[in-house]
Design a protein around this ligand. Structure first.
Ligand code: MG
Ligand code: MG
Length: 255
């Protein structure tokens, strides 16, 4: 289908979708504490989706013959990287980290964003992983400007992550987003820079580094969805939907 460049008006509509995503994600972050289940967080998000009059981007999503995703959030705890299924049986504990990935559709436009949140008090080395992953996202976003190439984004992410002794996940990548959740181009979280498609104004991209303390390698649980680190060590994930303009990147998934 190729890259779908968005007009200024279309980017403005996606900004509104992004605002809803960010508002609900902020509420989920505030509700995250020891004793809460990932199913409780999913219920909160579902209620806020209903009140906002928008649709979930994730519930029922079933690419390539997978079981339809049952939640409106992905909730990935500790060694879970992405695509964790929310459950009333998964209770958060002090010292956990949880990746909350959330998307909606408003007026036909998708917004997609993720944060990793510390539950209660976490060890300093855990907080460092979360901080470095967020920094890597910001550095990747800064590369999303006209004239650069798609792999410049991942090269900046990878350089920052590896400078801190961590590894970037290869098996999952960022993506174009718009009328569909996943559009072209793919946006890897690794280099080498200077490769891939030229970045143009009107591109809207979901940039989403997944960063592991140990190996970058991934395993998938037999629930058809949850991706975990192959060595059981911690992983963190941040994501924003951004638009490329003549002046550089604009983050759409902000309150
Ligand atoms: Mg996402
Ligand atoms: Mg995404």
């Amino acid at each position: 289908m190729g890259v779908q460049l968005k007009s200024r008006a279309e980017i403005a509509a996606m900004r509104e979708a992004g605002r809803v995503v960010a508002t609900i994600l902020a509420a989920l972050r505030d509700a995250t504490r020891p004793g809460v289940t990932t199913g409780d967080l999913d219920d909160l998000a579902a209620e806020m989706i209903r009140k906002a009059g928008v649709k979930s981007a994730f519930k029922g999503y079933a690419p390539g013959g997978r079981k339809p995703f049952p939640g409106v959030i992905c909730a990935s705890i500790n060694e879970e990287i992405v695509h964790g299924i929310p459950s009333k049986r998964r209770k958060l504990r002090d010292g956990d980290i949880i990746g909350l990935d959330f998307g909606i559709i408003q007026d036909g436009w998708f917004g997609d964003s993720a944060v990793t949140v510390a539950v209660g008090e976490v060890p300093e080395e855990t907080a460092r992983l979360v901080r470095v992953t967020k920094e890597a996202l910001d550095l990747g976003i800064a590369q999303a400007r006209p004239g650069n190439r798609i792999y410049d984004i991942g090269a900046a992410i990878q350089a920052h992550v590896e400078a801190h002794g961590y590894a970037v996940v290869r098996d999952f990548v960022g993506h174009g987003v718009g009328r569909r959740l996943h559009e072209e181009p793919q946006v890897p979280n690794y280099g080498p820079g200077g490769q891939g498609m030229r970045i143009k104004p009107g591109m809207v991209l979901a940039i989403e580094p997944m960063v592991n303390v140990g190996t970058w390698q991934v395993e998938e649980l037999d629930d058809d969805w949850t991706a975990v680190t192959a060595d059981g060590k911690l992983s963190a994930h941040f994501e924003h939907t951004i638009a490329v303009t003549e002046d550089g990147p604009v983050v759409l998934t902000l309150p």
